[in-house]
Design a protein around this ligand. Sequence first.
Ligand code: ADP
Ligand code: ADP
Length: 173
Amino acid sequence: KRVILIGPPGSGKGTQSPIIKDEYCLCHLATGDMLRAAVSAKTPLGIKAREAMDKLDEMLANQGTKVDMVLNFAIDDAVLEERITGRWIHPSSGRTYHSKFAPPKVPGVDDVTGEPLTQRKDDTAAVLKSRLEAFHRQTQPVIDYYAQKGVVKNIPAEKPPQEVTSEVQKALS
Ligand code: ADP
Ligand code: ADP
C-alpha cells in the first residue's frame, strides 16, 4: 500500500512519518533533505535533483493511479512560523524536535545519541513565506488532483503531536 504525506513545511510530516514508514512505502520522504544537501553542494546530482524537483508535481500526478492514499496535513498558515522557527533537527537520524512543543532533554542535544542538533538555514520566517507560496502554487494542485481521485484523507495537523498520530492511525486503519 502506497501512502504519501502532503502538507506545508512545518505541518508535522517528518514528525509523524516514522510511525508509518515501516509498514508503508514512504520512500520519498527523506529525500527532500538529501536533495536539499545535493542542490546546495551544486554537484551534478544536485543539478539533476533541482530539475527533478521542478518536475515533482507532474511526476506525482503521472503516478496517480499507484498512490493508494494521500494524507493531507491540513493546517492554517499562521501556525507554521512558530513551528518552523523553533524546529531543531538531528541530521543523521532525521529526528525532529521543537524548542517549545517537543524540546529535547538537553537543549541543542539529541536525546538518543547525545549528538548536537542543528537548525535548517531556510527555517526562517522570511524563507517560510516563499516556501508557503510555492506550496500553495505547486502542491495544492497535486492535492486537488488526488482529491478528485477520492484518495485524500484530511489530517487535522494543528492538534498536539499525539493526537495527530491517532488521526494518522485512524486514517490508515
Ligand atoms: P514537516 O516535516 O511537515 O516540515 P515537522 O515534522 O518537521 O514538519 O514539524 C515542524 C516542527 O513542528 C518541528 O519542530 C516539530 O517538532 C514541531 N511539531 C510537529 N508536529 C507538531 C504538533 N502537532 N504540534 C506542535 N508542534 C509540532
Ligand atoms: P519541506 O521539508 O520543506 O516540507 P520536503 O522535504 O518534503 O520539503 O521536500 C523539499 C523539496 O524536495 C520539495 O520541493 C519537494 O517537492 C522535493 N522533493 C521531495 N522528494 C523528492 C523526490 N523524491 N524527487 C524529487 N523532488 C523531491
